[in-house]
Design a protein around this ligand. Structure first.
Ligand code: ARG
Ligand code: ZN
Length: 860
């Protein structure tokens, strides 16, 4: 049923400037759950000054009338198709008025105008505005918006839109009429409207130039206390952007609304951010340290968009990384300044090495600036966002902090108020620094993960150390031919107890670098993960241990331990295949023993070093992933470490006395190390008391959840009992209950299949709420590889059924959940057959564009 003809992919190369633009928009909404009345008035201007045909985008709209310059048009003077309103004979300059009826209640796709727990809200990025009105729904059409909202004053006391509130009048019929004016021209994807009955947490911020900005957080009734951390995070973000980039906020009010029904994390609508409530609400008893961290970083991210995204926006959606890669880079720098730069960098590296490398190796591979798109929502990816941020980071590395800042200043000077391209951004960097970045731009065009192979040679006579480096990028699903890229390679040479730092620039497929050194050094390659590549260098175990102790760069020290574990995994699988027992080498145990006896000053970094890499991290080094072997080996390693160092784990655990909860760097670090110890201890007998104690007596969610997680991972008998208690305690708090949903779905035993059925029948579960669906099924495939890949193919079937069910409710969510099924080529023969068969069954159905694009590509 999937007719290819009706599915037209758009191409970057087909970009054309719009023939008409809209300079001013006036929207009047009379809200009603099933019949919202919208009047939309546009000032339309032809770019060429000539009359022509105006084609507006629109989807699932009920069009009631069309008027041109006050004149009602009869229905045969325009044409309405499933996706367009076509108006021939449009004058060069005219006022167009549309009357439209909307049904927010029926909107389960959560794009356009919808209801979330009775409150109205909108999501327009990327192409959601066309589900509100017919419009030139493209980011290069910038208009001034005025928004009127009329709704019952008792039921919806908060009526919000972009910009500044200019009037609010109570009507005789008990409804209120408010008017918002946004003075900054903006594309339609930044439009927002919210109406509801909220608690509002207020604050204020005075900008560097002395302007006072009202800060308002709208949250569900009773949740005000949980919004304080987000409010404080916002103030820190506002100050940080002034200090780091000289960028100030530009409206009188900055509003954030937390909603329960949301497809993504959050949205940077001008002056009116809408957030998934899980990234706003937090207190010590309901949120973990990680939740607090995410809130600060996402609050920062959306705030930073006000300049990188809103003041300067994208010309077309292929340029998405212009705003997203840059804004992720900015939020990463912000988080690094608010906490530990090393730990933040380690987190980012994990994302690239797991999800991003996997995406580049799969059927959806695309450059950070994609060249072809069927459904734009499919390109809000870890490639566009996180690899995009790595590309910006490389520019920062190459130009230095000051040079990067010069480039940013020039970018804003040239493009404030415009819709521009990634090339415009690179040009600003290039011109501000007088440096040719032509070769660098290839990062925007080329997909795939470069492999960087390095060989070294020391000439003792000449006292010369040589590095021979080769880069190669294999063809990807979207692009067969690849060219060499500009790779900034940070290097330390460790010799004579010192570290000598270098920054190499690799520009060719093959290059040799020579260093004068008086003894044979150990090279620390790709320090700070200075380029998003896979490094291959034959390190010896003792070299890696030395790097872990002596390198200057923390990321490199952590990475050395990662590489050590990768070597262990290979060796253990080899041993397993010959039926031999594999014991972890004494040197590695000794390194851990010492680290536990005398943790480094940074306890969070110590915790990272003591953690065996996760399944995804290890899996990514295999072309064909031996899933069950990996699961077994990683479990076995943890078991060995647990038993061999049991006294050390216990002592270290006991030495870390919990203090009254604070979300503060040292406290977070201490809890992290304590959780690592606890995780190992859950693998040895006789830990019940300790687990129970921590669960019952801790004053915060981080420590309680650490117990449940440890029990889950070790399949500990206490798991069922504690989980039952947790469910009861939090049954009325869905955000916390999501943690319980995820833990239940990630229990690595075959009982999980019955559990999944029980979870979807749970009174708090809802297929309409993306958070619930992701909590259960996202956790199932991300954190339960053992059962997701169970030999009978049951895990695949379960997920495929959920994806199909979701496709008719919410295609965006369906298209995200399908991800793990797409990369069938990475698995062993039997899994390949099972996966292919569920994908083929899916493709035979009538799919949304979102799902069709991914499934059809995966079967190509
Ligand atoms: N611009 C938002 C952010 O990154 C994300 C919007 C995602 N929208 C979507 N339809 N996928 O902050
Ligand atoms: Zn963003």
């Amino acid at each position: 049923m999937s007719e290819l003809s009706s599915r037209q992919a758009k191409k970057l190369s087909d970009y054309k400037a719009p023939e008409f633009t809209i300079t001013d928009v006036e929207l009047s909404f009379e809200l009603s759950p099933e019949a919202t009345a919208l009047t939309a008035v546009y000032q339309v201007v032809s770019a060429s000054g000539k009359a022509g045909t105006l084609i507006l985008d629109g989807q699932e709209l009920k069009l009631l009338s069309v008027s041109l310059d006050g004149q009602l048009l009869n229905a045969d003077s325009y044409q309405v198709t499933a996706e367009q309103l076509i108006l021939p004979g449009m004058p060069a300059k005219a006022q167009l008025e549309l009357k439209i009826e909307l049904n927010p209640k029926a909107n389960t796709a959560l794009e356009g105008l919808y209801l979330s727990n009775g409150a109205y809200c909108t999501q327009c990025e990327a192409e959601g505005f066309r589900r509100i009105s017919y419009y030139l729904d493209r980011p290069d059409v910038l208009a001034r918006f005025t928004t009127h909202i009329i709704a019952d004053d008792n039921t919806y006391p908060a009526l919000l839109s972009n910009g500044n509130l200019v009037s609010s009048t109570l009507l005789p019929d008990g409804r209120r009429h408010v008017t918002w004016v946004d003075p900054f021209p903006k594309p339609s994807y930044l439009f927002a409207l919210v109406a509801g009955d909220f608690d509002c947490l207020k604050g204020s911020y005075t900008t560097g130039s002395g302007r006072e900005v009202a800060l308002e957080f709208y949250v569900d009734k009773g949740n005000k206390q949980r919004a304080h951390f987000a409010l404080e995070s916002l103030k820190r973000a506002m100050l940080w952007d002034e200090q780091s980039f000289g960028l100030e906020y530009d409206l009188d009010v900055y509003m954030v609304v937390a909603v329960d029904f949301f497809n993504m994390g959050a949205m940077e609508n001008k002056g009116l951010n809408v957030f998934n409530s899980k990234y706003v609400l937090a207190d010590q008893s309901s949120a973990t340290d990680t939740d607090f961290f995410n809130i600060e970083s996402i609050i920062g991210h959306e705030y930073f968009h006000n300049w990188t995204g809103n003041r300067v926006t994208c010309r077309d959606w292929f340029q998405l990384s212009l705003k997203e890669g840059l804004t992720v880079f900015r939020d990463q720098q912000f988080s690094a300044d608010m906490g530990s730069a090393t730990l933040n960098r380690i987190d980012a590296v994990k994302t690239i090495r797991t999800a991003q490398f996997a995406e580049d190796a799969g059927p959806m591979a695309h450059p950070i600036r994609p060249q072809q798109v069927l459904e734009m929502n499919n390109f809000y990816t870890v490639t566009v966002y996180d690899k995009g941020a790595e590309v910006i980071r490389m520019l920062h590395t190459l130009l230095g902090q000051a040079g990067f800042r010069k480039g940013m200043d020039l970018y804003f000077k040239r493009h404030d108020g415009q819709a521009v391209t990634c090339d415009d951004f690179v040009s600003a960097m290039q011109d501000a620094n007088g440096r040719d970045l032509t070769l660098f731009s290839r990062w925007y065009q080329q997909s795939g993960t470069p492999q960087l192979k390095v060989h070294s040679h020391y000439d003792a006579k000449k006292r010369e150390f040589k590095l021979l480096m080769q880069q190669h990028t294999a063809g990807t699903a979207d692009q067969a031919e690849k060219l060499p890229l500009l790779l900034p390679v940070r290097l330390e040479l460790l010799a004579e107890g010192k570290s000598y730092p270098y920054l190499l620039e690799m520009t060719e497929a093959e290059q040799e670098f020579t260093f004068a050194v008086s003894q044979k050094p150990i090279p620390v390659l790709l320090a700070d993960f200075s380029a998003p590549v896979k490094l291959h260098y034959q390190y010896q175990m003792d070299e890696l241990l030395l790097i872990a102790r002596d390198a200057k760069d923390g990321v490199a020290r952590w990475d050395a331990i990662q590489q050590l574990w990768q070597m262990q995994v290979i060796a253990a699988i080899d041993a397993k295949n010959t039926g031999a027992e594999y014991l972890l080498p004494g040197e590695l145990l000794e390194f851990y023993r010492q680290l536990l006896a005398k943790p480094l000053e940074d306890l969070a970094f110590t915790a990272e070093l003591l953690t065996v890499p996760g399944y995804d991290m290890v899996a990514e080094q295999f072309d064909e992933i031996p899933v069950q072997d990996l699961v077994w080996v990683l479990q076995n390693f943890q078991q060995q470490l647990a038993t061999k160092l049991v006294e050390q784990w216990r002592l270290c655990y006991k030495s870390l006395h919990p203090a009254a909860y604070q979300y503060q760097e040292q406290h977070v670090a201490k809890r992290a190390l304590r959780s690592v110890c606890l995780q190992y201890l859950a693998f040895v007998v006789g830990s019940d008391e300790l687990l129970r104690q921590q669960y019952q007596h801790s004053d915060n969610m981080t420590d309680q959840l650490a117990v449940l997680r440890s029990c889950r991972t070790a399949s500990h008998p206490l798991f069922a009992e504690l989980m039952a208690d947790f469910e009861q305690r939090w049954n009325n708090d869905v955000l916390v209950l999501d943690k319980w949903f995820s833990l239940s779905a990630s229990y690595p035993q075959s009982s999980v299949f019955d559990t999944l059925e029980q979870l979807t029948a749970h009174p708090q579960f809802s297929w309409q709420n993306p958070n619930r669906v992701r909590a259960v099924f996202g956790a199932f495939y991300q954190q339960n590889p053992q059962m997701f890949h169970s030999a009978d193919g049951k895990g695949y079937q379960v997920l495929a059924d959920v994806v199909l069910k979701m496709d008719s409710i919410n295609p965006q969510v369906a298209a995200r959940l399908v991800t793990p099924l797409l990369s069938w080529k990475r698995y062993q023969a039997q899994s390949q057959l099972q996966l292919k068969s569920v994908l083929q069954t899916m493709l035979a159905k009538d799919l949304s564009d979102d799902l069709y694009e991914k499934v059809s590509k995966s079967l190509n």
